[in-house]
Design a protein around this ligand. Structure first.
Ligand SMILES: [Ca+2]
Ligand SMILES: [Ca+2]
Length: 85
């Protein structure tokens, strides 16, 4: 499973992807499939609106990957805090 996630991160071609993927798994991705659904995002950040979720979902597949999470934070769409509550 870990190999698969690292491969996905490598395909993104971003130096920060590995770190972001790790953060994504530990903070958001409760079922560890490598992607964050709106429900998973709301688990960590109940205040995030669906509008923000879809704005962060730049490839419009209905899921956030590590890169989209990182960019969403940079653009202020997603909270930067990693702690629940
Ligand atoms: Ca997931
Ligand atoms: Ca996406």
């Amino acid at each position: 499973m870990k190999t698969m996630i690292l491969t996905s991160a490598a395909l993104l071609g971003l130096g920060t992807a590995a770190f972001a993927a790790d953060e994504l798994r530990s903070v958001y991705d409760t079922d560890e499939d490598g992607y964050v659904t709106f429900a998973e995002l709301q688990n960590a950040h109940p205040d995030v609106s669906m509008e923000s979720f879809y704005e962060a979902d730049t490839d419009a597949d209905g899921l956030l990957n590590a890169r989209e999470i990182a960019e969403g934070k940079t653009e202020g769409l997603l909270p930067k805090g990693d702690e629940k509550g």
